[in-house]
Design a protein around this ligand. Structure first.
Ligand SMILES: [Zn+2]
Length: 374
């Protein structure tokens, strides 16, 4: 009895791994899939057949091979299911719909200031209910809604333990989804964004995510898993002390990294518009360029500290992170100079989601739940 249960578990987990591999690879041949998974050809074929019967994988022609038979190709049916994500911030609600591979099908950012009222929660419900249609996804394909919250969420996802940004303590997470249809999941915003960035990237199995938005936070991944810390506060890099007794931080202390690297320090110079700030830097505005240089000098200290502590890739994301691809050259130089071991900063990675990363990461929880249910 026990043995047959184990066999069944192994079969299930092989099938889930097969789907993950096809989702990551896109179009892939049967032999390539077998090599990737370390499964035999017949095992791969059996799993693929089952996934095809579920409508999650499809035949995708053949690959030319050097001599012998052509190899059959398979591809994921990425939109067989979809998941929604909501990102709650102080002044906005971000909303996304993603497919099974995590690709963004729809993104919107609405000016909806948080308030602890029934009207606010009704508004969240309205937004969520309209998402499938706005994303062009039939409602019956939706896997539910993941919600990203700016604060610590307990391990059972039932309590928002504290949120400085929203001014909340020990609030039941189900408040947020009172009017939201379908199953829901909850996650801290920086953890969610880190999850979105690390998904499907073996090089980021152990990595650190640094979120540079209107507040600074982060997430730590080890062996492909989120490291949560003893009291679920791991990755609060924003409150590492950067300058002893330095600028006041919103947390009440002085000299925190947040007070030197939050996005509002930059957007505040251009009327709250971060895009306008970077347009100014691009145009060579001296005042803005000087501010950017100063920002990068502080950021370089913080990123180097993370690298020296964790010895792994550091992914820079958040509002400012999405501009680093174009404007981050100076940061790499500063990091290479600071690096104790070699004059190199290739460990620094720029985020791939330019918008909505936290909402995407929250939606991924619903996708993960679905995969584990197969
Ligand atoms: Zn602080």
């Amino acid at each position: 009895m026990e043995k047959s249960t184990n066999n069944r578990d192994v079969k299930r987990s092989n099938r889930i791994d097969t789907l993950r591999a096809i989702l990551e690879a896109g179009r892939v041949s049967q032999p390539a899939l077998a090599a990737r998974l370390g499964h035999s050809g017949p095992t791969v074929l059996q799993n693929v057949r089952e996934l095809m019967a579920l409508g999650l994988v499809e035949e995708a022609g053949e690959f030319e091979s050097t001599g012998g038979r052509k190899a059959r190709a398979f591809a994921p049916v990425r939109t067989a299911r979809a998941a929604a994500g909501l990102e709650i911030t102080r002044a906005h609600v971000g909303a996304v719909v993603i497919d099974l591979s995590g690709a963004l099908l729809h993104h919107e950012r609405l000016s909806v200031p948080f308030e602890m009222t029934d009207a606010y929660f009704r508004r969240l419900g309205e937004i969520a209910r309209g998402l499938p249609q706005r994303a062009g996804v039939p409602a019956e394909r939706m896997l539910g809604v993941g919600v990203s919250l700016p604060g610590a969420v307990d391990a059972t996802e039932t309590v928002l333990i504290s949120s400085h940004v929203l001014g909340l303590r020990n609030v039941a997470t189900e408040n947020f989804t009172r009017y939201v249809p379908g199953p829901c999941s909850f996650i801290n915003d920086a953890n969610a964004a880190g999850l979105a960035e690390a998904r499907g990237r073996a090089d980021l199995d152990s990595s650190v995510y640094l979120s540079l938005s209107n507040s600074v936070g982060g997430a730590i991944f080890t062996g492909g898993r989120l490291y949560m810390g003893g009291r679920l506060r791991a990755g609060e890099f924003g409150h590492n002390t950067l300058v002893p007794d330095g600028r006041p931080c919103y947390c009440g202390k002085r000299g925190c990294l947040d007070a030197y690297c939050n996005a509002e320090l930059l957007s505040g110079l251009t009327g709250g518009n971060l895009a306008a700030f970077f347009e100014g830097v691009r145009a060579g505005d001296e005042r803005l360029t000087a501010a950017w240089r100063e920002y990068l000098e502080h950021l370089a200290v913080a990123v180097n500290n993370l690298y020296m502590t964790f010895d792994c890739p550091v992914v820079a994301g958040g509002y400012v992170g999405s501009y680093l691809e174009e404007f981050g050259g100076g940061l790499r130089e500063l990091l290479a100079q600071r690096n104790t071991f070699e004059p190199d900063a290739s460990y620094l990675k720029f985020c791939r989601y330019k918008v909505g990363a936290s909402a995407v990461g929250a939606a991924l929880l619903r996708v993960e739940d679905f995969l584990l249910s197969l």
